[in-house]
Structures are given as C-alpha cells and as structure tokens.
Design a protein around this ligand. Structure first.
Ligand SMILES: [Zn+2]
Length: 465
C-alpha cells in the first residue's frame, strides 16, 4: 500500500477527533467510573459506514441483562441507551470547556481554550479539583464492542481499549478533548494511548477493501483497561471464537512486543489487639508482627526471585516492592492493626495465583507466636504476564515489517487475556508510552502513516486466502 493520501489522512484525523471528543475516563476512583458508550457509539458508526457487523457485550451496568446483542438487537436497545447517556454523562464531561465545540472537530494550532483553574495534585497528576472537573456524572455503564468485517473462520483481531486515564486540563496547552494538530503531531487525551489505533485499523481495512476478505477481521474496543481490565476479562469469560491472531494497538512506536511482566498488588493486613503501652501483656502488637512479615517477604524475594531471570526485560528479575504501610495511632497504645500494600511484577512463566498462595503461607508462618493473625488479599485482580511464542506467524510478520525483533515492555496490557483466548497476540501501535498518561499527549502523523500500511499487510496476510 502507498502512503496515505491527504484525503485518507483527513478521514483518519476526523475520526480520531470524534473518539477523543467522546471522552471515557477510567479509574478506580468512583467519580471516574464513566460510561464508555460514547466512544463505542462512535466506533460503531465508523464500522457500519464500512459495512461492518457490530455486537455489544455488556461489562458492567445499565445495558440490560444478557451480554450479547446481535446487530439488529443492539440497534434499538442501544439508541434508547444513547439518548440517556448523552443527557447523563458523556457529553457533559468537561462541559464548560467543550460546549460549542462540534463533535469531531479538529482545532487548529494556537487556538487552545482557556482551562479552568484546577488544583494540581502533589505528584503533578490530576488533583481533587481536576477530578471533579473531568468526572461529570459518574455512570457504571461499560461495554465491549466487536465490529466484524468479511466472513469466514480464522482471521485477525485488531483490538484497543476505549478508555483513558483521567487528566488535568489545567496542565494541557490545548483542550484535551479537542484533537489539535500542530507540527505534524495530533494532540488530545488518549491520542497515543490508544484511540489512534481505531481509525488506523479502519483505514487499513479500507486500504485492503472489505469485500476482498475471505476471513474475518474483528475490530474490538474494550472497557476499563486503565483501571481493572474488566473488559478484557469479560471477553475471556465470553470465550468468543475470534480467530488465530491479535494485534493490540498500544503505543509501542511500531515495535512488536510479545512479552511483558504480570502485575499483582496485594494488601497484607495484620490484626493484633490494642492495649496500654505501659504493659505489653495487655495486647498483641500488630506493628511488631508486621516487622516479621516484612522480614519474611524480603527473605522470600532474595531467595526465590533471584533465581529467576529473563534478559528480554530491562529489569530481568521479578520484583516485590513494599509500597505503603499503615498502622497504629499513638505512641502510648499497642498497635492493634497494621496493613502493608505490595506490588509484585512477575516474569512470563510465573503464575500470579501460585505466587499469592506462596506469599500467604509465608506471612502466616511469620506471625506464629505473636498472637496476631494475618490476611493477604489482592487490591486489584492480577494481570498475568504476557508470553507470546517467538516463532509464530504473526510475530514473524510483525518482525519482518518492523525490521526488528519482537521485544518486551515494562507496562502491562490486555495481551495475556487474548493469549488465553487462543490468539497469537502482539502489542504494536503508533505513538510512545512516554507520551501516555501525560499532559499534551500526542501521536505523530508519521507514526500513523507508517502504521496503516503495516496493518493492511497483516490483514491481507491473515484474511485473504
Ligand atoms: Zn493503553
């Protein structure tokens, strides 16, 4: 395929503007638990305009009982919901700034809207006022969308997440919800991570020609990747037959990725008994028991994790980080309860549940004789490590197109869930993770123009007999 024409790029840019404008912020903060239906409605319209068949799958809240809705069924149930959604939350998000901006409009350079005077959090991330500014009315309605092109078994999945992290508009030079092109870069919330992928996938389908497909291309948009990965988990639970290979368009600067670590966050709670500090016999000190728990954890890390190594990763070993500790209330009281939260990053081949079980029995043993009890619970559901084999057909094609070997990244993705669905999965997309989750997030035009023909080659390879 040739480079994109100006007309193709204009279509691309307009569709990305629509997706950026549609918002959909995801976070574990309850105020941000917004519907992603605005983004899915936009992708649905784009897919239908190309003859795609669209299915919605409820992930949580508000879309009726059953998960699967067919093409026609979705239409009516969906429009009722949309009207409600438009009044309810999506379109009121960031209202003061975005009112009057046409959906899908592209703002030209230098025309940035004034941002509200929000507080910035201590770490430079969105502070409480920014939370309020971006949150609008919370809604739990979340769905996955599958748009299918062509017919026949096998085929290729092109997948992305529909949500973004929250942002603080005050720290942006442009309106985060208005796609702005400047110096051959497209700025907007979620531009790199990862709304840029959807119109790129659609442009690649256009380039190949949907009528030529003898196997199916599934374009998938998932919910809540940035918080719980509930969308990808629901997809796995649904057990869909989606073919043999999947590309997830996270920003990798077009480098194919087949490995990443798993992530597990646990809370360890030690329960003792409070009492007056003057007599240790009056209580069981949870802080002292936690001291032993920490010693056991550090010993486990030194003993077990030092045995494991994968040199594809910049940090080649599993890690265990002591992240936060809370306990006690006063020097003259025996501490009755102490909690510790830890982050564990696992290498491919390690099973999160097995590691959690090992840590649980370890800390149980550590508190024996202290009079305290201990529990270990996940703070969020773990994301397994991603491990796609080095010698599969999609990895081979991606390496050929990129002119480099598939590698590893430090961030977690939905990839392992797609692998568990039996798909050979590669992470590959435009833009850099360095721009993700930052003010002034952008994707470069040159990256898009390089990505689209590569996706077209993959579609032709997997979906034309
Ligand atoms: Zn992402």
């Amino acid at each position: 395929m040739q480079r994109m024409t100006d007309a193709q790029y204009a279509t691309y840019r307009s569709e990305l503007a629509t997706l950026v404008r549609a918002g959909s912020v995801s976070s574990t903060h309850p105020d941000f638990d917004q519907s992603n239906h605005g983004v899915l409605e936009a992708i649905e319209a784009m897919a239908r305009a190309r003859g795609g068949r669209v299915q919605w799958f409820e992930v949580s809240g508000g879309r009726g009982a059953q998960t699967t809705q067919t093409h026609q069924g979705a239409q009516s149930a969906h429009s009722a919901h949309s009207a409600q959604s438009r009044q309810g939350n999506q379109r009121t998000q960031n209202k003061s700034k975005c009112e009057g901006a046409a959906v899908g409009s592209v703002q030209s350079a230098g025309a940035a809207a004034a941002a509200p005077d929000d507080a910035v959090g201590p770490d430079g991330a969105a502070g409480p006022n920014a939370l309020t500014a971006m949150a609008g009315q919370a809604s739990r309605a979340k769905s996955n969308l599958v748009a299918s092109f062509g017919r026949g078994p096998g085929g290729l999945v092109l997948s992305g997440h529909s949500d973004t992290v929250p942002c603080n508009p005050d720290r942006w030079d442009t309106d985060p919800l208005v796609l702005t092109e400047r110096d051959a870069r497209l700025y907007g919330l979620g531009s790199a991570d990862m709304k840029a992928f959807f119109p790129a996938a659609l442009a690649a389908i256009d380039a190949v020609g949907p009528s030529r497909l003898t196997r199916t291309v599934h374009l998938i948009a998932t919910a809540d990747e940035e918080s719980t990965m509930a969308g990808a988990r629901a997809l796995l639970d649904a057990g869909l037959d989606l073919g043999t290979a999947a590309v997830i368009g996270e920003p990798t600067e077009l480098r194919p990725i087949r490995l990443h670590k798993g992530v597990m966050m646990l809370e360890i709670a030690v329960l003792g008994r409070a009492g007056h500090a003057s007599n240790p016999a009056l209580g069981h000190n949870a802080l002292e028991a936690m001291h032993q728990v920490i010693a056991a954890l550090l010993d486990y890390r030194a003993r077990e994790f030092s045995q494991l190594e994968n040199l594809a990763f910049p940090v080649p070993r599993p890690t265990l980080n002591l992240g936060a500790i809370r306990g006690g209330d006063s020097p003259n009281r025996i501490c009755g309860r102490c909690t510790l939260s830890v982050d564990v990053r696992l290498l491919p081949g390690q099973d999160p549940h097995a590691v959690q079980t090992a840590l649980a029995s370890l800390v149980q043993a550590a508190v024996v004789g202290t009079g305290c009890s201990v529990t270990v619970a996940p703070l969020v559901e773990p994301v397994p490590p991603m491990h796609t084999a080095a010698d599969g057909p999609l990895v081979g094609l991606c390496e050929h197109l990129a002119g480099r070997e598939a590698g590893a990244v430090n961030f977690a993705t939905e990839g392992p869930f797609f692998n568990l669905l039996g798909l050979e999965t590669v992470i590959l997309g435009a833009g850099s993770i360095d721009q993700a989750h930052q003010p002034n997030e952008f994707v470069a035009r040159s990256q898009i123009e390089a990505l689209v023909p590569r996706l077209a080659r993959m579609i032709a390879h997997f979906c034309i007999a």
